[in-house]
Design a protein around this ligand. Structure first.
Ligand SMILES: Nc1nc2c(ncn2[C@@H]2O[C@H](COP(=O)(O)OP(=O)(O)OP(=O)(O)O)[C@@H](O)[C@H]2O)c(=O)[nH]1
Ligand SMILES: [Mg+2]
Length: 365
C-alpha cells in the first residue's frame, strides 16, 4: 500500500452511536480440554476484572480436571456424561467429538448472546481435539465470531497425538473465522529454547499470546481513543479469514530527527521480519505476501504518536506484506509508554501451515 492510499484506510472517529453499540458486546473465553482450560485459567487471572464484558468457561470430559481449585467465576462444563461418564476421552479424538455432540445444547446456551468467542485447545488429546471444532461449529451457527487458538503437540508425545492434532487443526480451520496455531515442537528446534527454561515457561509464553490477542481485540473496540475501530469492521475482516498470526511489538528506537522516515520504516520492517522468525511463529515470512488483512492497534504518548509516524509504521509493514492488504487500525494514547510505541497486530488470510502434512496423513488412510 502506498502512503497516498492511507486516506482509504478504515478509520473511524469515536462516535456516540458507536459507543452505544460497543457496550452491548459480549466476549466468551472458552477452554476445551486440559491445555485449553489452563490457558483460560491464566486469562481469567488477568482479565477477570472486566468480567462484565467477558464470560469464562472450561469444557472437559474429565470431571476431575474441572475440580481444579481456584477457578472461581469460571463456568465449568462437563460434556458427554453418557459417552464418557466424566472419566475423560481416553485420548480418543472421536470420543471428544461425540461428547461435544451429546452436550451441544449446553454449549450452545453458553454461546448464545456472545459476539466473539476466543477458543483455546491443546491439540493432540481426545477432548480438546475432538470437542473444540464442535464448539466452534456451534458458535458459527449462532453467528458468533470465532477466533481459535491451537497448539500442536511435541512429536515425542507420539504419532497418535500428532495425528489427532492434524485432523483437529484441519477441522478447526474450517469452522473458525480465524485460527492461530502454535507448534510446541518449534520450541525445540535450533537454539530457540534456553537450558534453564521449564515446560511451564513455554506454556506461559503461549498462554500470554492467547491473552494478549484477547486484550488487543477488546482494546481495539473499547479503548482506541484517537481512532476507534468499529466492531463490524473487525467482524467483517475476521469472518472466514483463515489462518492468522498475532503478536505485539514495542519499538524503542523511533527516530525523530531529519532522516527519520527512512530510519523508522527500516526499523519497523526489520522488527516485523524478526518477529516472523520468532519461536512462536509457525508461519514463514513469505506468507505475509498473501496476507489479506491486518488489524493494527498502535499506542504511544501524545508527544510521539504523530500522524507521520503512523504513516511510517504502515509503510514499514507494507514493505513486507503486499499492495492489496487491507488495514484496519486503532490508535490510542498511552502516556505510560514514554518514548516507546506499541503495535499489536493480527494478520489474517494466511494458509494452513499444516496442509501438506494433513494431506499426507489422509493419503495414508
Ligand atoms: N499450551 C499448552 N499446551 C498444553 C498444556 N497441557 C497440555 N498441552 C498440550 O496439549 C495437548 C493436549 O493435551 P490436553 O489438553 O491435556 O488433552 P485433552 O484435550 O484434555 O484431551 P484428553 O485428556 O485426551 O481427553 C498435549 O498433547 C500437549 O501438547 C498447557 O498447559 N498449555
Ligand atoms: Mg484431558
Amino acid at each position: 500500500m502506498k502512503i497516498s492510499e492511507i486516506s482509504k484506510l478504515s478509520l473511524r472517529k469515536n462516535s456516540s452511536s458507536f459507543n452505544n453499540v460497543d457496550k452491548r458486546l459480549k466476549f466468551g473465553i472458552v477452554g476445551v480440554g486440559g491445555g485449553g482450560s489452563n490457558a483460560v485459567f491464566e486469562a481469567w487471572k488477568k482479565l477477570g476484572s472486566i468480567s462484565s464484558l467477558v464470560d469464562f468457561v472450561v469444557i472437559n470430559t474429565d470431571i476431575q480436571a474441572l475440580k481444579k481449585p481456584g477457578m472461581k467465576d469460571i463456568i465449568k462444563m462437563l460434556i458427554g456424561e453418557s459417552t464418557t461418564k466424566g472419566l475423560g476421552s481416553g485420548g480418543k479424538y472421536e470420543v471428544g467429538k461425540a461428547a461435544a455432540k451429546e452436550s451441544s445444547e449446553k454449549i450452545r446456551k453458553f454461546i448464545q448472546g456472545k459476539h466473539v468467542i476466543f477458543l483455546s485447545a491443546g491439540l493432540g488429546g481426545g477432548t480438546g481435539s475432538g470437542a473444540a471444532p464442535e464448539v466452534a461449529r456451534i458458535a458459527k451457527e449462532e453467528g458468533v465470531l470465532v477466533i481459535s487458538f491451537g497448539t500442536l503437540p511435541w512429536r515425542f508425545e507420539g504419532a497418535e497425538r500428532y495425528k489427532n492434532a492434524l485432523i483437529s487443526n484441519h477441522e478447526l480451520g474450517k469452522v473458525s473465522d480465524s485460527l492461530i496455531l502454535f507448534d510446541n515442537e518449534s520450541f525445540l528446534s535450533g537454539d530457540k529454547v534456553s537450558s534453564n527454561e521449564s515446560l511451564s515457561d513455554l506454556f506461559k509464553e503461549i498462554n500470554d499470546n492467547f491473552i494478549r490477542t484477547i486484550i488487543t481485540l477488546i482494546d481495539l473496540v473499547y479503548d482506541s481513543s484517537l481512532i476507534n475501530v468499529d466492531f463490524n469492521d473487525i467482524k467483517s475482516t475476521l469472518t472466514n479469514s483463515g489462518f492468522a498470526l498475532f503478536n505485539s511489538i514495542v519499538f524503542r528506537d523511533i527516530s525523530l530527527d531529519a532522516e527519520r522516515t527512512e530510519k523508522n520504516i527500516t526499523i519497523i520492517r526489520e522488527t516485523f521480519e524478526q518477529k516472523f522468525n520468532s519461536r512462536l511463529s509457525i508461519l514463514k515470512k513469505e506468507e505475509l505476501k498473501i496476507a489479506k488483512n491486518i488489524i493494527l492497534n498502535i499506542s504511544g504518548s501524545e508527544k510521539i504518536l504523530k500522524m507521520v509516524l503512523v504513516k511510517e509504521i504502515i509503510n514499514g509493514i507494507s514493505k513486507i506484506t503486499n499492495d492489496k492488504i487491507e488495514y484496519i487500525f486503532g490508535v490510542s494514547h498511552n502516556e505510560f509508554l514514554g518514548d516507546k510505541i506499541k503495535i499489536s497486530y493480527l494478520i489474517t488470510g494466511l494458509n494452513d501451515p499444516m496442509k501438506i502434512e494433513y494431506e499426507k496423513l489422509m493419503d495414508k488412510k
